[in-house]
Design a protein around this ligand. Structure first.
Ligand SMILES: Cc1ncc(COP(=O)(O)O)c(C=O)c1O
Length: 326
């Protein structure tokens, strides 16, 4: 960092972006200041102003707030008990003439079970599909990474995430136009081009703002990405033990590799647990006034035994874990 003299928007950011794109087998990745600015940037690119955007109520407030900040109209969707994510039927029910985009949130670390049907429906209807991948580092379905089905996917590197850098986010996409646009948007809309050996500055976007990733964060990201396979393996070993203890749990379909941000079970009186996904629903906070039965059931019944990297119980046997947690 000191060698390059760049504290942001420098060579470490580029290296992190290239490595993250390669890890997720996708052509473009753009580093940003957070997962939330990633969602906001995608929605501003899509220009959802005045248009409806379907969003699950079972998510963190970052998801609907990004829609609101981009000027879109939030249309809440219910979730399924099978995966805690939105279903294709629910998106079909809510999609109308004014629907510009739909956001799926890959809750807890696995990919939305019906992502393929949802993507096919959105493509057929001209609805932009956006993936909130804040929980889904290292997740894949039939070999495809979270963020590969829609227009783009937004990852977060917030402190609690599977691959933390403290703060930070990354958008992955197949679209070069979106990637180029985000790189300008994240820097107050400023574009710098080299023309005949001179830097030419212009402001092609007037809605840009500050969403840059510092080079120090990008350096951490490069190291964390290198460690991610080891972190995922650690989680998979613990999850395999939990599979022997918890009958009543989320069961992954064939071809699904969860990133195991959380391990989700139902109706267990756990003596130790980590934060749920989510105990409070966004439509409550935003006073939507409607009822979303499946999400409300999930909020009341699910819980998560610890699976965060470094938890001191991970080495215990199945029987020892059972005794510690139940
Ligand atoms: C589902 C979800 N989406 C988006 C975010 C926002 O990420 P960030 O805090 O990096 O803005 C988070 C968590 O922080 C999240 O849990």
């Amino acid at each position: 960092m000191f060698d390059s003299n760049f504290l942001s928007d420098g060579p470490l950011t580029v290296r992190f972006e290239e490595a993250f794109a390669e890890f997720n087998k996708i052509p473009y990745a753009v580093a940003l200041s957070s997962g939330g600015t990633g969602l906001l940037g995608i929605l501003e690119f899509l220009d959802v102003r005045g248009k409806e955007v379907i969003v699950p109520t079972n998510t963190f407030m970052a998801t609907p707030l990004a829609v609101r900040r981009a000027g879109g109209k939030i249309v809440f969707a219910d979730c399924s008990r099978k995966d805690l994510c939105v279903t294709a039927d629910e998106i079909m029910r809510l999609a109308g003439q004014d629907t510009k985009a739909a956001i799926v949130v890959h809750i807890g670390g696995h990919i939305t079970f019906q992502i393929e049907e949802i993507a096919a429906f959105c493509t057929a209807k001209g609805i932009a599909l956006v993936e909130d991948c804040a929980h889904a580092h290292g997740a894949s379905y039939h070999g495809k990474a979270a963020g590969s089905w829609g227009v783009a996917g937004a990852y977060s590197f917030y402190a609690t995430k599977t691959m933390p850098t403290g703060e930070g986010g990354m958008v992955i996409t197949h679209q070069q136009e979106l990637a180029d646009w985000l790189k300008v948007w994240r820097n107050y809309g400023k574009k710098v081009e080299q023309v005949r050996g001179k830097s030419l500055i212009s402001y092609p976007l007037l809605n840009g703002f500050h969403a840059r990733m510092p080079e120090a964060v990008a350096a951490l990201g490069i190291v964390q990405l290198h460690r991610l396979p080891e972190i995922l393996e650690w989680k998979r070993v613990l999850a395999a033990k939990y599979d022997h203890i918890f009958e009543n749990r989320i069961r992954l379909p064939d071809g699904m590799e969860s990133g195991l941000y959380k391990y989700i079970v139902f109706d267990y009186p756990l003596k130790e647990r980590t934060g749920s996904v989510f105990g409070e629903l966004c439509h409550w906070f935003l006073h939507d006034g409607r009822s979303y039965q499946e999400s409300e059931w999930v909020a009341a019944h699910h819980c998560c035994p610890p699976i965060y990297y470094g938890w001191d119980g991970a080495e215990l046997s199945v029987e020892e874990l059972r005794a510690r947690l139940l």
